[in-house]
Design a protein around this ligand. Structure first.
Ligand code: ADP
Ligand code: MN
Ligand code: MN
Ligand code: MN
Length: 381
């Protein structure tokens, strides 16, 4: 994209800063953030609060026009947003907050794309097992016309090879955005654990974790919000599609690393093998939870090529990147640790992924049976 178009969208940051530094007279700006009817996109709006909130329960339940977000019909369009987690706001700074919300319908029941409610119930049931997650969010930077950032407008960059963890202006594109996002996450209190340039040029990854229980989903959604918001400042898009470019280019996933306390302790490898055995019995059900299109998005990515396993066959292996589940070399050596589920798509809902993992691996009896039956969600999602 030309500099001109970018400036047109960016406005003038120097002028904006004069106003951003005005005294805000004890008003706290709370940016309410929620997942819309697509199950993948975020929406946000701000409200003024006259105290400094310490806990999400202190903040008012609010509402929005669900007919404009694919979450309600025009005649009965109010959808409630209920604060569930708060974080310091790296854009407005000071006492201002980012507020993760869940969406509720007019009967105060979860809407079709609110998977947090069920996830939280699962996490509460197995909290004694201290489930930890680490999610690796891959994404592709694009110009606002959708073209991969830094790619020649007519043609393709050289073949994959030099770009993964690369350095140099001809290897990686958009590092300013990655650096700004990393700091924004740290400021907001997200447990971001790293970043790296990916195999396809213009593609990057950041990791969040290990985070316990429901915090994994809350933090990854906020980290995604920060990514879109930071990229907006640069006039660039963060694309979470699992296979943005067809052909001999890597897709994007959201590998999910998982452990319970028992897996992390002496002899934990036995727990890990038991979990993998359980996962092998419900492969298709998990695939249906691992992207917003119940497997159809991941079909384009899980081809058995480009460091993926086939979508139709469950597999596991030590240090293998061509398997559904990878046991890290170190876990195998030490006989304890964690495993990596490589199946979740880059645009997955982390609430659905983490809930499916604990249902299958941590719950017993009737509760676990739920994971054996795939219940299609209502509505679009
Ligand atoms: P990869 O080698 O697959 O690229 P990364 O280093 O990108 O792995 O990501 C590994 C993730 O696993 C990180 O988010 C890290 O915090 C997380 N992790 C580390 N130990 C554990 C554990 N015991 N349980 C769950 N997640 C963990
Ligand atoms: Mn990684
Ligand atoms: Mn990766
Ligand atoms: Mn990985």
């Amino acid at each position: 994209m030309s500099t001109n178009i970018r400036q047109q969208f960016a406005c003038d940051k120097a002028v904006a800063d004069r106003f951003n530094s005005l005294d805000q007279r004890n008003i706290v700006q709370c940016q309410y953030i929620w997942i819309d009817g697509t199950g993948e996109n975020l929406r946000c709006k701000t409200r003024s609060i006259d105290f400094v909130p310490q806990h999400p329960d202190e903040l008012p339940v609010w509402n929005f026009d669900g007919s404009s977000t694919g979450q309600a019909h025009g005649a009965d369009s109010d959808v409630y947003i209920k604060p569930v987690a708060i974080y310091p706001d790296p854009f407005r700074r000071g006492n201002n907050k980012l507020v993760m919300c869940e969406t509720l319908d007019n009967k105060k029941q979860p809407t079709a794309t609110n998977h947090r409610r069920r996830c939280n119930e699962m996490m509460e049931k197995c909290k004694d097992q201290h489930p930890w997650f680490g999610m690796e969010q891959e994404y592709t930077l694009c110009d606002i016309d959708g073209h991969p950032f830094g790619w020649p407008k007519n043609g393709f960059p050289g073949p994959q090879g030099p770009y993964y963890c690369g350095v140099g202006a001809n290897k990686v594109y958009g590092r300013d955005i990655v650096e700004a996002h990393y700091r924004a996450c740290i400021y907001a209190g997200i447990q971001i654990s790293g970043e790296n340039a990916e195999v396809m040029p213009g593609q990057w990854e950041f990791q969040v974790g290990p985070s316990e229980g429901i915090q994994m989903g809350d933090q990854l959604w906020i980290a995604r919000f920060l990514l879109h918001r930071v990229a907006e400042e640069f006039g660039v898009l963060a694309n979470l599609d699992p296979k943005p470019i067809k052909g001999d280019w890597n897709g994007a996933g959201c590998h999910t690393n998982f452990s319970t306390q028992a897996m992390r302790e002496e002899g934990g490898i036995n727990e890990i093998m038991e979990a993998i055995n359980r996962l092998s019995l419900v492969h298709n059900q998990h695939i249906a939870y691992y992207d917003p299109q119940e497997g159809r998005d991941n079909e384009r990515r899980l081809t058995g090529h480009h460091e993926t396993a086939s979508i139709t066959q469950f597999s596991h292996g030590v240090a293998s990147r061509a398997c559904s589940i990878r046991i890290p070399r170190q876990t195998d050596d030490e006989g304890k640790g964690y495993f990596e589920d490589r199946r979740p798509s880059s645009n997955c809902d982390p609430y659905k992924v983490t809930a499916a993992l604990v249902r299958t691996c941590c719950l017993e009896g009737a509760e676990r049976k739920l994971s054996m039956m795939y219940v299609p969600s209502q509505g679009k999602n």
